[in-house]
Design a protein around this ligand. Structure first.
Ligand code: ZN
Length: 96
């Protein structure tokens, strides 16, 4: 649970059945980065390039850190098999 106002909208795990859902979410991420609520700490490509088709890689990983509480998040998309998710990162020993 998080009561941090900066990332409260992002703590829930998401998947994106439709590419449009994914791209809409990327749009909100770009806005949050611009506002300074989230900081991008790992990027396989500029976030804006995710919006371009075709995407530059089959598999894209972006990681973010909340500037308010330090919670880390991962955005993953595999454009080859369609798997994707947004999730809050667990502590390393809790990863599976
Ligand atoms: Zn936060």
């Amino acid at each position: 649970m998080s009561d941090c106002v900066k990332c409260a909208a992002y703590v829930a795990r998401r998947t994106f059945p439709m590419p449009e859902d994914y791209l809409a979410f990327v749009d909100t991420l770009i806005e949050s980065v611009k506002r300074g609520d989230l900081q991008m700490i790992k990027a396989d490509c500029p976030l804006e390039n995710v919006l371009k088709t075709p995407t530059p890689e089959d598999s894209l990983v972006h990681e973010f850190r909340c500037t308010g509480c330090g919670t880390r998040f991962q955005l993953y998309a595999n454009t080859y098999n369609g798997r994707n998710w947004w999730r809050r990162q667990q502590w390393p020993e809790m990863q599976y």
